[in-house]
Design a binder for this molecule. Sequence first.
Ligand code: SAM
Length: 343
Amino acid sequence: MAFRPMRVTLPMLRATPPTVTVERASARLVRVSLTDRCDMACVYCRPAERGAYLPADERLSVEAWESVLRGLRAEGVRRVRITGGEPLLHRDVVEVVRRAAALGLDDLALTTNASRLAALAAPLRAAGLRRVTVSIDSLDPARFAAITRGGELATVLAGVDAALAAGFDEVKTNSVVLRGINDDELPAIVGWAWARGVTPRFIEIMGVGEGGSIWRERLVTRAEMVARLGALLAPGEGDRDADRGPAKYLDAADGSGRRVGFITGSSDTYCAGCDRLRVTSEGMVRPCLATNDGVALTEEGKAGAPGAVAATLREAWALKPDASWKGCTEATARAVSMIATGG
Ligand code: SAM
């Protein structure tokens, strides 16, 4: 595929994070990487080779997840997103959702490649999952297979249909935009999504994991994405949804109320005000997607001992970089495994 060089100004790279949170009191959102296994191998995410996954006996059990989520909720976490790896490959994903939903969170969402969503959408909805985001980088089957190294577009589209039929509060898509690979598809993806009542979101490739070796040549900035969508969108900078992560949304120009989201992990990082933590499938609490820093949950925490999760949470929160940190453009990001940390 043709490669056209990019022209953007990037922040200086820095080796070590400044520490200590200055603006935020505690975590409000936790992203849970239920498993590091994935049945796709997107070119910007992980190496082509599969395997070298965490041994099954080192992963948190359903009971441990329940204890950990209960402890996090007691510490003020109100929103949980389940991710991975591919969370729908986890044998007990529906049960984890059921137990998380019973905790009375403000939001419970899941990000998936949808390879198993056709079968699982209805059970997940019945278990209490509120919102689903499907990753879909191309509507062309051959391109889709190339980007995901083997993914089947038809299966994913069937998963989106099943999610819509299941009646989730919201169905969104994530598309990582890659220069010279899928950057000509933005209007088509928006048209396809809007026709179904789905909110499309476009993500700048970040220098995390495999992205570390290709992001500079493949990055398409938000400004360029907006230009490519031209008259479809109303002008403006866009707004974040309160309490809902870093995406900024622009409205449709036709006043229909439809929207397009943009996630700018590379051209405009958003560490100031970040209120999220991540928990990996073996029970490591991580303060930032751009470093391998983290604090392991104790056996007491996994077993539900009062206060044990809170102590780990506070330790991990203290490692959170400050507002001057430039997130996924920092040199440390490259060493992070996206499937382990949970995207
Ligand atoms: N397997 C699930 C999926 O495909 O959505 C969940 C995990 S995946 C790591 C979560 C999200 O991270 C996906 O939308 C994926 O496109 C995005 N992602 C992975 N690597 C990325 C990178 N280097 N830059 C930007 N987004 C990335």
